[in-house]
Design a protein around this ligand. Structure first.
Ligand code: RP5
Length: 166
């Protein structure tokens, strides 16, 4: 696996970091090089356009974008690149993420954003891994290992629960 970032994680504000760093943790666990930055569709529109417009030539293969409230970050990024963009609607403000979910998921035909659950940063990272696994067999291997570990752990808990009840 190369050391140059393959995944870009962007978020609208530093207040988004506690959730979005969970995406970074998953990518690190899977051995995927990534970069993380703050940009905003509304407060830093030029930086966002520049980031997305140069992403492919800089070597990124997937972009994860998290934002709350009127969450246009993932959509604006998708407007400026044909790389796959995964949007993470974040729970903040009076509507607790429902606003961000609608803003992120309701993209017009031709400019898709693959939207995960509200605060679903971990799944955004797993989805990024699945996309990368098409090209990188080692990522497919890591995903298989992770699924096997999840199965084993749940089967163990199931056995313990049954034993406790017997
Ligand atoms: C969005 O507004 C950000 O993504 C964040 O979730 C929300 C609030 O931002 P701050 O006021 O905390 O910077 O753009």
């Amino acid at each position: 696996m190369q050391s140059k970032p393959l995944v870009g994680i962007l978020m609208g504000s530093d207040s988004d970091l506690p959730v979005m760093e969970k995406a970074g943790a998953v990518l690190a666990e899977m051995g995927i090089p990534y970069e993380m930055d703050i940009s905003s569709a509304h407060r830093l529109p030029d930086k966002t356009a520049e980031y997305a417009g140069t992403a492919r030539e800089r070597g990124l293969e997937v972009i994860i974008a998290g934002a709350g409230m009127a969450a246009h970050l993932a959509g604006v990024i998708a407007a400026h690149t044909t790389l796959p963009v995964i949007g993470v609607p974040l729970a903040s403000g009076a509507l607790h993420g429902v606003d961000a979910l609608y803003a992120t998921v309701q993209m017009p035909p031709g400019v898709p954003v693959a939207t995960v659950a509200i605060d679903g940063a971990k799944n955004a990272a797993y989805l990024a891994c699945e996309i990368l696994s098409i090209k990188y067999p080692e990522v497919a291997g890591e995903l298989e290992k992770f699924r096997a570990k999840t199965r084993e752990s749940l089967m163990k808990k199931s056995a313990e629960l049954k034993k406790g009840k017997a």
